[in-house]
Design a binder for this molecule. Structure first.
Ligand code: MG
Length: 284
């Protein structure tokens, strides 16, 4: 496979991604897939989806978990509702994530991924200890499926994420790096963060964003914008990916499912930008 194949975040049913047809029409050779809802995660659907992918020449490179009840309305709501951190829903979501791992296996995909949520700061808290335990339990299930788990970045600083990964002590836990999230959540300069966590980066998002005003960072959202129009610095991002030895897909993410026409146009422009920069950076 070509180094840095283009990819796009896609959905089967509901979700933030584009429909598979969009990937096909834009000649994008790989997708990360937002896992479908429970009833749809069955062998028949996996087979049908794989057949569609084969027809379109598309490879599924990761399956992302997401859960009912999650809301990204604002940062405080995200803290309360997203991932495995909220304790009321933790056990049920770990179980669902195991089922998503089983579905990914049906798709022949060795990577599952998720937003784990805002990892608690207090390492002596019951919530933190419980999160370590349930992450280990999940990773053991995922290992039985010959898979790895990539954590989406953004909700923690690079240092906090590194501490968490090392405390979990499992060799199938890695990172899906999203530079825009570092900006949107106000958790740190994305390029510095990428250098710090580089050895764990196994998949990435190509997404762009603008910082919230000084004083508001970490409290209210920055703004997601089309690739190349934000504060990430996409050429520097690609050069840093090269520096850390990343060769996997460049998966475009544009989180405006409410406007599919603009979403497709923006993804198309992102493909052109990435193809141009890939040639420039790799020299091929
Ligand atoms: Mg992302």
């Amino acid at each position: 496979m070509q180094e840095w194949p283009i990819g796009v975040f896609a959905s089967i049913d509901a979700g933030l991604g584009v429909h598979l047809d969009v990937a096909q029409e834009l000649n994008i050779p790989s997708v990360q897939l937002h896992a479908p809802h429970g009833d749809s995660r069955n062998p028949e659907n996996a087979k049908a989806f794989l057949a569609k992918c084969a027809d379109a020449g598309i490879t599924v490179t990761a399956v992302f978990g997401g859960f009912d009840g999650e809301s990204y309305a604002d940062i405080p709501t995200t803290v309360k509702t997203v991932g495995l951190v909220p304790e009321e829903t933790r056990a049920a979501r770990v179980q669902e994530m195991k089922e998503i791992s089983d579905f990914a296996r049906l798709l022949g995909c060795a990577t599952v991924a998720l937003h784990i949520g805002f990892v608690p700061q207090d390492k002596n808290s019951e919530s933190y200890k419980g999160l370590i335990d349930c992450t280990r339990d999940l990773l053991d299930h995922i290992a039985d499926n010959d898979q790895q788990l990539n954590l989406e970045t953004g909700q923690e600083t690079a240092d906090h994420l590194l501490d968490f990964i090392s405390e979990v002590e499992r060799d199938n836990l890695f990172i899906n790096f999203d530079p825009a999230n570092m900006i949107l959540y106000g958790t740190g300069d994305p390029i510095e963060a990428l250098k710090k966590v580089g050895k764990y980066v196994r998949s990435i998002h190509c997404k762009d964003g603008k910082w919230a005003p000084e004083g508001e960072r970490g409290k209210s959202w920055g703004t997601e914008v089309p690739l190349g129009e934000g504060d990430v610095g996409i050429e520097t991002y690609l050069r840093t990916l090269q520096e850390i030895g990343y060769k996997g897909p460049l998966t475009i993410e544009r989180e405006i499912p409410q406007d599919p026409v603009k979403q497709k146009a923006d993804v198309g422009q992102a493909v052109s930008l990435l193809e141009e920069l890939r040639t420039k950076v790799l020299g091929k």
